[in-house]
Design a protein around this ligand. Structure first.
Ligand SMILES: [Zn+2]
Length: 811
């Protein structure tokens, strides 16, 4: 069953994603032909695809310094169009003044006087509007400050536009908090106005205003079945009890899964119908047979998407923008170091004051893990051995025109239960898989035998996935016993056939694979070329149809696929997976629509993302109308490959997995920071495949303030212990020297990024977790010091103010 396990072996391209990159087939149009935001006289190595090479990162500052020095000493180097810049203007550098101001803020954050309840102050930095040069400055300016700032104002404007583009795609696709009926638990009723982002209230919103929440709820309270277990400790029962919104008590029947096929009352959309249009997107109509029919919902077209994508790519590839972002990121990282030095002891003291809570009993969610490798190797080995001992006569597979029992299968492999060990199983990826995704894929086969994978690790096989279901239940039991560790498992939908959804849903529902600790995501392997080779599909549209048609059918009429309807209640969203380091050639200037895509090659990443996104938008809008839960897009992105992977994810996705290549794209990394886009990082997985642990950007990202969580990716291949998530945290704590406060912050981030229901998140991390900064924190639950979150929020607000992206007044 597979995640990336069915990714095709691809020829080795080791090294293709590290160090200097070849220019590749990127069209030159992405380099902003207008050239508006380029500063003359400053030559920064331009790798054409937005990446900095590893060494470029280091030398960038030297190059810039050289340019400035030359300008000071001689005007011959300066562009004729630009007047010479005197040292005086250097001292009025907007960044320098800003740095000074920020440092003042830090020193104001003295541990003794720091008051976390104090409202964050709005910094008066406004570079784009008013020039920093003041009349009382002593040194006369050689040129008007407006001229110096012209470059920056253009950069800042382009940054603001990029952020606005993301907002457009996120709001149209119903991915913000409150858009999903599942977010509504009877207490949380949604927000008034445009103040929500994907994981809570926007950071620049005045949270003291009275009309933050809606008065009336448009959705019925979402009921979680089976109900979450009640809290074990009742240290503050009135506020902390997880009680049902209507005040009823827990009953026996709560634990039963009942299938509710009724449409929620008072919501429309039940007479509507759908069809796929000639651009490969499913559209919802009030009447599909009408002559002048118009889709009910507006969806960004592929042309619009590629134009927006090109715009963002041109901004992040522009030299001065990169340089600007690079400096801001360095500054942010340094500022965090300063914060730790000043506040370390206060953070520690406030954590010590919290009763009961410590790192082990704060909730953690494994935000990125593939279901078929969710168990560790020892577990799988034990399971295989027990099956060989206890049920050797199970008929498990149909091969070579006959049915084979488990004993016969092992006979044909010349293996006995006694022979099996971790070494013969050979599924760990450590020594030989670095930069070899093809070899990594083969690691999914126990003992290197595809038939063992077929028997033990597939949901759709001769035994209808019975063994995998039993194994899954065992892993679920382990999780429930550990209580504080939770998972978001990825299951595959390939798009080869239309009945894949029904089979998968039946596997989950019939085997009762429900757990308080587990939610599901659907991963779509990008394997068009493989299916095309095997004549399983004719055009790309076949894949779009196979993936989305059943979802529209079940939305129109839940009784058409009862198990699927039930399963979807526990599905959070979509992921897409494959070897990102495969080269993508751009054969076409303009991409053809899916019905015309009958080539041998798979479409590029950005094209896949668009079609998953666009169809998800249509589906979400209809499901929201019907009161059914909606989905989010959380793709694998930036593990390897081109810059446009991360850029298309930036525009369209709720959050991403991996993102390690952001280290080479400073401007995009800055955008990820400003929008606080969740990144589920897996340094142990990277260590085995693409990037050595000590070079992993996680510590730098964390210091900068990106929204990072830790995840395992594939415990079967990478981890040794029974608690892979704790292993991941443990290694990070050792190697990166993360203190308890940072580990707890990572754990809190993971809950926020996850797709668990509002009611559950309230119980785990605090009643108002969606409010920004310390206001959203409940240290009794998260064990994260308020000082830390106040620092994160203040810093973010300052950056937003710096680029002029504050929309609302902050109190
Ligand atoms: Zn993964």
């Amino acid at each position: 069953m597979s995640d990336r396990n069915s990714r095709t072996p691809s020829p080795s391209k080791s090294g293709s994603n590290s160090g200097s990159r070849s220019p590749g087939p990127r069209p030159s149009s992405r380099l902003s032909p207008s050239g508006g935001i380029r500063s003359p006289g400053l030559t920064i190595p331009e790798p054409r695809d937005g990446f900095y090479g590893y060494s470029d990162e280091k030398t960038l500052r030297h190059i810039e310094e050289k340019v400035w020095v030359n300008r000071r000493t001689s005007s011959s180097h300066a562009d004729a169009a630009r007047p010479q810049i005197s040292p005086a203007i250097l001292s009025s550098d907007p960044f320098e003044t800003c740095h000074a101001r920020d440092l003042n803020n830090i020193s104001a954050m003295h541990p003794v006087t720091a008051n976390v309840q104090e409202a964050p102050s709005l910094p008066s930095v406004s570079i784009s509007k008013s020039p920093p040069a003041q009349p009382e400055q002593k040194a006369p300016l050689a040129i008007p400050a407006e001229l110096v700032n012209a470059d920056f104002s253009h950069i800042l404007e382009s940054f603001r536009k990029c952020l606005a583009l993301r907002d457009k795609y996120i709001s149209v696709s119903c991915q913000r908090l409150g858009d999903n009926p599942r977010d509504h638990d009877g207490i949380f009723k949604g927000f008034n106005g445009d103040i929500a982002d994907v994981s809570g209230v926007r950071p620049d919103v005045d949270v003291t205003r009275q009309d933050l929440h809606r008065e009336a709820d448009q959705f019925a309270p979402w009921l979680i079945r089976p109900r979450p277990p009640p809290p074990h400790w009742h240290w503050s029962p009135t506020r902390e009890m997880v009680s049902r919104p209507d005040g009823t008590v827990r009953t026996e029947s709560d634990d039963e899964i009942e299938t509710d096929m009724q449409n929620p009352p008072g919501l429309d959309g039940d007479n509507w119908d759908f069809e796929i249009d000639d651009r490969g997107v499913f559209q919802v109509h009030t009447d599909v047979h009408a002559e002048n029919k118009k889709p009910v919902f507006e969806i960004p077209t592929i042309r619009e998407y590629f134009m927006d994508l090109d715009y963002v790519l041109s901004v992040i590839a522009d030299g001065p923008s990169k340089s600007f972002a690079f400096r801001r990121l360095q500054y942010l990282s340094g500022k965090f170091t300063m914060h730790t030095m000043v506040n370390e002891f206060q953070e520690l003291a406030s954590m010590k004051q919290v009763p009961h809570r410590d790192f082990y009993n704060v909730r953690k969610v494994d935000t990125h893990v593939h279901h078929s490798s969710s168990m560790n190797q020892k577990h799988l080995l034990r399971f295989i051995k027990s099956k060989m001992k206890r049920s050797p006569n199970d008929v498990v597979i149909f091969r070579d025109d006959r049915e084979l029992t488990l004993a016969q299968v092992f006979e044909s492999l010349h293996l006995t239960a006694y022979d099996l060990s971790i070494d013969t199983l050979d599924m760990h990826a450590h020594q030989d898989s670095f930069h070899r995704f093809d070899k990594f894929n083969l690691k999914y086969n126990p003992v290197g035998e595809s038939r063992l994978r077929e028997i033990f690790l597939k949901t759709d096989n001769f035994i209808k996935g019975r063994y995998l279901a039993e194994l899954t239940k065992e892993v679920m039991t382990d999780l429930e016993q550990s209580k504080y560790q939770n998972c978001e498992w990825r299951l595959s939908i390939y798009g080869r056939k239309e009945d894949e959804w029904d089979k998968l849903a039946r596997w989950v529902v019939n085997n009762k694979l429900y757990s308080h600790n587990v939610r599901w995501l659907i991963q779509i392997p990008r394997l068009y070329d493989v299916y095309k080779q095997n004549n399983l599909v004719k055009t790309f549209e076949d894949i779009v149809r196979n993936i989305f048609k059943p979802l529209f059918e079940v939305t129109r009429d839940p009784s058409s696929h009862p198990e699927l309807h039930e399963f979807l209640k526990r599905v959070i969203g979509f992921d897409t997976v494959d070897d990102e380091s495969k080269t993508e050639r751009r054969y076409h200037k303009k991409f053809p629509y899916p019905r015309l895509w009958d080539y041998e090659q798979s479409p590029p990443y950005s094209y896949w993302i668009y079609y998953v996104f666009a169809n998800m938008v249509s589906l979400n809008k209809w499901r929201q109308k019907r009161g059914f839960n909606t989905f989010v897009l959380r793709p694998h992105s930036g593990e390897a490959g081109d810059t446009d992977h991360l850029t298309s994810a930036f525009l369209t996705s709720h959050s991403i997995s991996h993102g390690i290549l952001l280290r080479k794209v400073p401007a995009l990394q800055y955008f990820f920071y400003l929008k606080q886009i969740g990144i589920a990082m897996s340094p142990l997985s990277n260590n085995a495949l693409f990037l050595a642990y000590e070079r992993n950007p996680l510590p730098e990202f964390f210091k900068t303030g990106l929204n990072i969580s830790l995840s395992t990716d594939d415990p079967l291949q990478f981890h040794f212990t029974k608690e892979p998530l704790l292993e991941e945290y443990s290694v990070a704590a050792h190697i990166l020297k993360l203190p308890q406060s940072s580990l707890c912050e990572l754990a809190r981030n993971s809950v926020i990024q996850s797709g668990f229901e509002m009611q559950v998140k309230r119980h785990w991390i605090g009643q108002h977790w969606y409010l920004p900064g310390a206001l959203g924190n409940d240290i009794n639950k998260t064990n994260v010091p308020n000082v830390r979150l106040k620092y994160r929020h203040d810093t973010l607000i300052e950056e937003l103010a710096l680029i002029g992206a504050i929309q609302q007044k902050v109190v």
